[in-house]
Design a protein around this ligand. Structure first.
Ligand code: ZN
Ligand code: ZN
Length: 127
């Protein structure tokens, strides 16, 4: 049979196939994403509602990696796009030097991308 052109997305953490659109967009299955969120829920210096906004934005696909750690973040009302890194942001609050949820979102996303893959492999693909 010819190789299918359909791309099977797998979880970046546990490598299980992803089925829901949201999981595929995130790159993580539900369980793994919940764990990553839990780990990152302790981001220092951010308020709970900021972390909530950050995770929501990531889940909604509002963040796009631009280059060199810079992410484009679509504003809550969808009318503007901010450029944010883990520590700086071009939004009003960010320019004033106030912490905004955009930088929190980048930190979560960066941490998620670097999240370790499955701990110990108990099987191999060789058969
Ligand atoms: Zn997973
Ligand atoms: Zn911002």
């Amino acid at each position: 049979m010819a190789t299918s052109t359909a791309h099977t997305a797998t979880c970046r953490r546990c490598h299980r196939p992803l089925t829901s659109a949201r999981s595929i967009r995130l790159g993580y299955g539900k369980g793994c994403w919940a764990e990553i969120r839990a780990e990152k829920a302790t981001l220092e210096g951010y308020k709970d509602h900021q972390i909530a906004s950050a995770t929501e934005a990531i889940e909604d696909g509002a963040l796009v990696h631009y280059r060199d750690g810079i992410h484009l973040v679509v504003s809550a009302d969808g009318t503007r796009t901010h450029r944010a890194t883990a520590h700086h942001c071009t939004c009003q609050a960010g320019v004033r030097g106030t912490r905004c949820w955009h930088t929190a979102a980048v930190q979560i996303l960066t941490a998620a991308r670097l999240a370790p893959t499955a701990p110990a492999r108990t099987f191999t693909l060789a058969a």
